[in-house]
Design a protein around this ligand. Structure first.
Ligand SMILES: [Zn+2]
Length: 160
């Protein structure tokens, strides 16, 4: 079983996300590996959450800066869901025992980036909420995300 950890949450809570929109920046950037962007569609893209709740925590995001669900167009809606389905299959690489797939709308609901709609995909394993080691080393965290990125890219290549 893959190790499950979420020490990044604290960095997220205390961190400075800066100006501008991180999703728009990554949608426009060509540095997909650096940005942990796994897959690009026509209207949407998939990236790893820098501050995951679990190993393999992904975000499916429209390329357009849309905050409200009701402002998504039909094509974006369809592609968001298709990409979500595809990534659930890709995450099968880690043999998860379940998934949480969800949308937080508004800061009150816990949306980290409330201005830009996104769907969370969180793979789950029995007992994973009981596993919470503490790591202070940023390099360890970075390598872990990169390692997961490479595995998921391989899974994508194998499946699609
Ligand atoms: Zn945006």
């Amino acid at each position: 079983m893959e190790q499950i950890w979420a020490p990044w949450r604290m960095a997220y809570i205390g961190g400075d996300r800066g100006d501008g929109c991180v999703f728009c920046d990554k949608a426009a950037s060509a540095e997909d590996e650096q940005n942990l962007v796994l897959l690009r569609g026509e209207k949407t893209f998939v990236l790893m959450n820098l501050y995951p709740y679990n190993n393999g925590h992904l975000l499916v995001v429209p390329k357009r800066h849309v905050g409200e669900m009701e402002d998504l167009n039909e094509e974006e809606m369809m592609e968001l869901f298709k990409m979500t389905r595809k990534m659930v299959k890709v995450l099968g690489f880690f043999k998860p025992q379940g998934f949480n797939i969800g949308i937080n709308i508004g800061s009150a609901a816990g949306a980290g980036i409330p201005g830009h709609f996104h769907i969370h995909i969180v793979p789950r394993w029995i007992g994973d909420t009981n596993f919470m080691p503490v790591f202070g080393d940023v390099r360890v965290i970075s390598e872990s995300l990169e390692g997961t990125y490479k595995k998921l890219k391989q899974s994508l290549a194998d499946l699609f």
